[in-house]
Ligand binder design. Structure first.
Ligand SMILES: Cc1ncc(COP(=O)(O)O)c(C=O)c1O
Length: 386
């Protein structure tokens, strides 16, 4: 059966070049970078080069990168790491209601440890205003954590303006940005944005799963989550996932020079899918600010259930999702759409299509045909039942 994969915000296919580099590290250049012999030295060289590639991609220094097991761990490390390190300075942290669960659940866990959390509201497009963030900052605020691109609806937060206002209000407040959905799709510039900590992950950019990184500005100290060794400056001990690190760097090396072109292609596909469906069907509404991130299109389609449509499309080999992959097996409605003021009925009728630059115009034409047919069929069945 023909497959059209439109769930690239959940994860992406590993590029063959990435798999090749990983195979070499797994089977040939298999040393432990902590070893003192030649194998260790060669492995250390791979790690150093990976650090260089990532640092260059973000416009930061090589020693400002901490490799982690992915975006979830990097978010945990940033938030718990700051909270536990700076708790004597203050016990207040700020985030938004639309963050990824790896941020929201970490914040909730900190509430159990006695920290005070402010969860900021968003507008109907899923955005916070820099002024609202600044207003919430107090003398006690040790961290603000706000995502760059929302993984469910693709809205782009004004992180540069937020960074500037936070620092004006309290220069000691640290700013963390979850850039998992924007890295290698939009320019990320933590220094210019006055960001102190930033999360990235490999598997959203055609790299392997289980590897990510945290940018930690030089001079910012974190309490580690794990204890056990000197790796990553003692902040993230444990023998490194060398194949993952090499694969991550290779994915960045391949994607970054094509970032602008890829984003144009994905943006074109997004526009085409939205316009195509709106031309064929009534009651289609895009969620999130438009144009927004080029690779994410979240739609509410009147008269259908998102989950039912996803299963119907999967029969035709078209893969989409109801929102965050982390929530897909749970019945509770999307916290992002809820925060954006959508009704439970609207949320139930929503789904997310997410693109890679390897998707084609022809695939989207096919998808428009199949989605339109499936929606018409589901609406007919619902009408008959009434
Ligand atoms: C915005 C955002 N943050 C964090 C994560 C978690 O990253 P990982 O899957 O590497 O743990 C995801 C993954 O879906 C995400 O979309």
């Amino acid at each position: 059966m023909r497959e059209i994969y439109l769930d690239n915000s959940a994860t992406t296919a590993v590029r063959p070049e990435v798999a090749e580099v990983m195979q070499e590290v797994l089977c040939e250049n298999y040393g432990n970078p902590s070893s003192l012999h030649r194998r260790g030295l060669l492995a250390e060289r791979v790690k150093k080069e990976a650090r260089r590639v990532l640092a260059e991609a973000c416009g930061i220094k090589e020693n400002e990168i901490i490799f982690t097991s992915g975006g979830t761990e990097a978010n945990n490390l940033a938030i718990k790491g700051v909270a536990r390190r700076f708790k004597r300075r203050g016990r207040h942290l700020i985030t938004t209601k639309v963050e990824h669960p790896s941020v929201l659940y970490t914040c909730r866990a900190l509430e159990q440890e006695g920290f005070q959390l402010t969860y900021l509201d968003v507008d109907a497009d899923g955005l916070v205003t820099p002024e609202a963030v600044a207003e919430a900052v107090t003398e006690e605020t040790i961290l603000v954590s706000i995502m760059h691109v929302n993984n469910e609806v693709g809205s782009i937060m004004p992180v540069a303006e937020i960074g500037s206002l936070i620092k004006q209000k309290n220069p000691r407040t640290l700013f963390h940005v979850d850039a998992v959905q924007s890295f290698c799709k939009l320019p990320v510039r933590p220094q210019a944005w006055q960001v102190d900590l930033m999360t990235v992950s490999a598997h959203k950019i055609h790299g392997p799963k289980g590897i990510g990184a945290l940018y930690c500005r030089e001079g910012v100290q974190l309490a580690p989550l794990l204890h056990g060794g000197d790796q990553e400056g003692g902040i993230r001990p444990g023998t490194e996932n060398m194949a993952g690190i090499a694969g991550f760097a290779e994915a960045v090396r391949l994607l970054l020079p094509q970032q602008a072109e890829n984003s144009r292609q994905m943006g074109k596909l997004k526009e085409m899918l939205l316009a195509g469906l709106q031309a064929r069907l009534s009651g289609i509404r895009a969620n999130g600010s438009l144009p927004g991130a080029p690779h994410i299109l979240n739609l509410t389609i009147e008269g259908i259930k998102g989950e039912v449509l996803i299963h119907a499309l999967a029969e035709d080999g078209i893969y989409a999702s109801t929102g965050s992959a982390c929530h897909s097996h749970r019945a509770d409605p999307s916290h992002v759409l809820l925060a954006m003021g959508r009704t439970p009925q609207e949320i139930e009728a929503s789904l997310r299509f997410s693109f890679a630059a390897t998707n084609t115009v022809e695939e989207i034409e096919y998808a428009i045909d199949k989605i339109s047919a499936a929606v018409e069929m589901l609406r007919l069945v619902t009408r008959r039942k009434k």
